[in-house]
Design a binder for this molecule. Structure first.
Ligand SMILES: C[S@@+](CC[C@H](N)C(=O)[O-])C[C@H]1O[C@@H](n2cnc3c(N)ncnc32)[C@H](O)[C@@H]1O
Length: 461
């Protein structure tokens, strides 16, 4: 009987076979003679080329010659000729057929950050080219989430068996399992692209502590998220200022975590954080942040879907409260904000004023509020009341004025960072305020150093 030769299908079968035989990494050889090359990973996580593969309808002298040349150029000890009927293994030194060798890889997944980034980029391009949706981030994150789920259930080997329909079915279960209460989008890919997605994701770990950072960096660079992300220099400024406080075993509350650039950077840079509570009211963004934490194995972050201004969320006081609020919004008066002091006058109240008052409640006595406010908040008459409420409850330690482009590309509003410490008793007063003016973002580290020096009682520059 004559079989229809389909090179692409055979390729996937061969890749699966190679992986099962201890070769976790398989690459297409775009510019060489062979079709594929397969690798083990050594102790250091480097790729070690083991075999080149030629996929042909049937064995031939030319195919064998081609294989020999590729094996020589990539210096692999083995070569494989794959036909629909059989797999013929050769030893490169003699080019005699041999029994299938057994490979032993020292590592199962790519963990080197540069290589991992390359795999990420490859998968993202693949998704972008093959789904008709702008949500390729979500698609990637969903893939990682499914793998985390399978890994936690000790069933990671099921990953390679998933058809597209099964995958989406499983995704529903996974969303339920992790309580991601959000509609599951299921953009279909051509089957071959989907198999490639499966194959490539299988090269990277099911859980990896830096996934959150890698994904946020990619998202940032691709500018695909709009105003819900803090720009990298301001994210670093928040992180460095909070790390300068030198707190031991402390808790953090992020009052509108967005995709979590600040929260992630804090968690990844400070082991003294015991717990970080992140609240976000947009369900879709909340879902992203939650997934990022799960696939990164980040279990110090508690994520709450809700309105930080509402008292129904039972938020606990924290040692550090991060306020990176939506800039410039107003809220109609409604029952649940009627008990805010800043909401006593007028028909509407600025969201920022509400955020600042709430922050003073959510900081523990002696704890800090680190907040980004538009410059107008510091001077305009409308915020008079809020400013005096802050002075009443907090010690104003520092005001760092940031240059106008700090939040670009999201907004060009000029902002300042406030560092406030909550009074332990009403009569407590501060000695002096550190005022810093950064004319460029390059001066942020100097502002951090100045604040550190000021905190330790040093002279002001
Ligand atoms: C400027 S973004 C925060 C960006 C974030 N800091 C980051 O690290 O990328 C403000 C976030 O606050 C959220 N937000 C606005 N009002 C809120 C509220 N009342 N309660 C909780 N989250 C809120 C918005 O949905 C938005 O994601």
């Amino acid at each position: 009987m004559k079989t229809n030769f389909n090179e692409q299908n055979l390729e996937l079968t061969v890749i699966k076979n190679l992986k099962e035989n201890g070769l976790p990494i398989v690459r297409r050889m775009e510019f060489r003679n062979a079709d594929l090359a397969a690798y083990t990973l050594n102790e250091k996580g480097d790729l070690v080329p083991e075999v080149v593969v030629e996929i042909k309808k049937e064995p031939s002298k030319e195919a064998q010659m081609q294989l020999m040349r590729s094996a020589e150029s990539l210096q692999t000890p083995y070569a494989l000729l794959a036909t629909p009927d059989r797999l013929i293994w050769f030893e490169s030194s003699t080019f005699l057929p041999i029994e299938p060798p057994v490979f032993e890889t020292k590592n199962r997944y790519i963990e080197d950050p540069d290589q991992l980034n390359q795999v990420f980029k490859y998968i993202l391009d693949l998704i972008r080219e093959n789904i008709y949706s702008s949500k390729y981030w979500l698609y990637m994150l969903q893939g990682l989430l499914v793998r985390t789920y399978l890994f936690e259930k000790s069933s990671i080997e099921q990953w390679y068996e998933l058809s597209q329909d099964n995958y989406f079915e499983l995704l529903e279960t996974v969303y339920k399992h992790y309580e991601i209460d959000h509609y599951v989008e299921k953009p279909k890919m051509p089957e071959r692209a989907f198999q490639q997605f499966i194959w490539k994701l299988d090269e990277i770990p099911p859980i990896y502590s830096k996934y959150n950072e890698i994904i946020l960096n990619h998202m940032e660079r691709n500018g695909s998220t709009g105003a819900h992300m803090t720009s990298p220099p301001v994210k670093d400024l928040f992180t460095d200022i909070i790390n300068t406080l030198n707190l031991n075993r402390f808790s953090v509350l992020d009052m509108g975590v967005g995709y979590g650039t600040i929260a992630t950077s804090l968690l990844n840079s400070n082991n003294n954080i015991e717990k970080l509570t992140a609240i976000e009211k947009n369900p879709s963004i909340f879902g992203y942040y939650k997934m990022l934490n799960i696939v990164s194995g980040q279990n110090k972050s508690e994520v709450v879907l809700g309105d930080v201004l509402s008292s129904e969320n039972n938020l606990q006081e924290a040692d550090v409260v991060v306020v990176d609020p939506p800039l410039g919004g107003f809220q109609e008066k409604r029952d649940d904000i009627s008990n805010f002091q800043v909401a006593t006058e007028g028909r509407t109240v600025s969201t920022l004023d509400l955020f600042m008052e709430r922050a003073t409640e959510l900081a523990s006595p002696g704890g800090y509020v680190v907040a980004l406010v538009p410059e107008s908040f510091l001077f305009n008459e409308k915020s008079n009341f809020t400013r005096s409420l802050l002075k009443d409850r907090m010690i104003i330690e520092s005001i760092i004025s940031l240059p106008p482009h700090s939040l670009k590309p999201y907004t060009s509003v000029k902002v300042s960072m406030l560092i406030l410490r909550k009074k332990k008793h009403k009569k407590e007063t501060g000695e002096n305020i550190l005022l810093a003016n950064c004319e460029t973002i390059d001066q942020f580290p100097k502002a951090v150093a100045g604040y550190k020096n000021w905190k330790s009682g040093g002279d002001l520059e």
